[in-house]
Ligand binder design. Sequence first.
Ligand code: B12
Length: 347
Amino acid sequence: MDLDEQIHWKKMIGGWARELGFVAVGFTAAEPIEDLATILQARIDQGWATPFESKEIQQRIDPQAVWPDCQTVVALAYPLPFTVSPQEGEGLISRSAVGEDYHRVVLRKVQELIDTMVNNNWLGLCRFQVDTGPLVERAFATRAGIGWIGRNQQLIIPGVGSFVTLALLLLDQELRSDDPFVFQQCGNCQKCVISCPAQIIGREPFPANKCVSYLTQSKELLTSEEISSLGLQIFGCDVCQEVCPHNQKWLEEEQTSLTVADSSSAARPSFRRGVDLVETLNLTKSEFGQRFKITAAGWRGKGVLQRNAYLALSKVKETSAKQWINVQTIANAIPPRILPYVEREQE
Ligand code: B12
């Protein structure tokens, strides 16, 4: 493809992606990001990596180690849905885990983008990942110029913020790279550092397996300190993004969209971030499936979510938590993921 054709395809792909709802699109060559290897190795060596990351470092930093034919990586960002704030005493779910699982939503959008490209005579092949592959998505998105990495580790898109899902589309054709985003725009702001419930932002390398988002998904036995950092989180954590100045416009729009929906009597958006803790604890397997399996909060299973609900309930309504345990004890049915915490309390 000559340069004019490359520019034409970039314009078309960018336009189609935006029509499909993506809020940022950037292109970068399929070259490895060598310096990232040191960071990834340090995370592994110091025991900070999570089990959700591939240990194959080359595959994390080099698109051609994932797919030898890859020539270009297209970084795409899709906005998260607006949500309704939780009520007092409810457990909290992060914005990326409400509504239909974002993996499914965005994979479908990327597939639609590819279909449009093929219908318009794109002759190359494509592969893609939405949190589902080894490549470090934020690093390629930064090099493709769609945003910068904030102090809170998030990829922040100018004028949009960080409440987005990232996707990487790999192409076997060369399309000219965009300029990488080089300016970190956090200045001296320390809001995320101060607010992080686990007090880990700013540490190098980032102790990912102490992040509250990780703890809500971890099946390991949590320490008392970790339980206290969980707060009322049931799945994921948005605190470092909620306090970020670059997300305030998005958060205001989220708030306004709810007010408009209320006053126009249109159906209130169903994406509630709050969950009733006792109700969550009492969910049967099939009720859990109906309520959570379609969301991104369902993948770790009922046991982990109910453990988090129990730990949260012990904080906001200790008596209700004790009553619930008494009922389970009589029925000899304390869930195995909760039992160690009950035993610890009784020591
Ligand atoms: C494992 C994982 C987690 C782990 C570890 C997170 C972490 N900070 O490493 C846990 C479970 C804790 C987690 C939590 C969350 N995650 Co997560 N996670 C991932 C996953 C699968 C891999 C992350 C990873 O590789 N970490 C290793 C480090 C080294 O990479 P990184 O933090 O992603 O990126 C760093 C480098 O890219 C570096 N960098 C950037 N450019 C360059 C250039 C050079 C030369 C170098 C050297 C470095 C460098 O800066 C980044 C920040 O330090 C990615 C999907 C993917 N395949 O990438 C999603 C992903 C990063 N997660 C995402 C989200 C939304 C979240 C949560 C907000 C979810 C929630 N609400 O609870 C939280 C945020 C926690 C946080 N502050 O980071 C989004 C990020 C969206 C965004 N705007 O940035 C991703 C991209 C998934 C997606 N497709 O949307 N996550």
